[in-house]
Write a protein of this length. Structure first.
Length: 185
């Protein structure tokens, strides 16, 4: 029996972004799209520093919500997920800049958006290992500042998502275009 759906959680977005980032890495290595047989719940859990049961429950919620077409193959409904990111994310998981801290740059403060936006405001995920001082943004999941060090694709996706969660209309438009290109190709 399937558990009752009690709404999406921030880690659901993170897990779906991890799946997209994994596929992007596979495409870059092999120049063609591979099946996702090697991306197990255990691998996702290790990469994102969370439990396997948390990953499993998240994938079930995402499938129920229509963001994941198939739980087992981890096939994302890319159009639905993109629509959720572009039009729903900032209302469901908003991010408001808080106090100043040292951290890891996010949103418009990191490429690809930093290449097109000149701003004195720097947004960061607070981290003792951070290299930049800026206004803190609460990440979608507590492990985000640590896990992005090992995955450039995931870092880019999370920064674009944060730009949508926090950005002005101009930043939102640029981030939306970048996300659409990344997700839909």
């Amino acid at each position: 029996m399937r558990k009752k759906h009690n709404g999406m959680r921030p880690q659901d977005v993170l897990i779906l972004l991890e799946i997209l980032a994994h596929f992007k890495k596979q495409e870059a290595r092999n120049h063609d799209i591979l099946s996702n047989w090697s991306l197990t719940n255990k691998v996702i859990a290790q990469d994102l520093q969370m439990s396997e049961s948390e990953v499993s429950e998240s994938l079930q919620r995402s499938e129920y919500a229509g963001l994941l077409e198939d739980y087992k193959s981890k096939h994302i409904n890319k159009r639905a997920f993109l629509d959720f990111l572009l039009y729903g994310l900032k209302y469901v998981f908003p991010a408001h800049p808080e106090g100043l801290a040292r951290g890891i740059p996010t949103a418009h403060s990191v490429a690809p958006l930093s290449e097109n936006i000149v701003s004195n405001e720097v947004y960061v995920w607070a981290s003792a290992n951070g290299t930049v001082r800026g206004q803190t943004i609460t990440p979608l999941y507590p492990t985000v500042p640590e896990i992005v060090k090992n995955d450039e694709n995931l870092y880019t996706l999370l920064a674009l998502v944060d730009a949508i969660r926090t950005g002005s209309a101009r930043i939102n438009k640029l981030a939306s275009t970048q996300l659409e290109q990344y997700i839909l190709g």
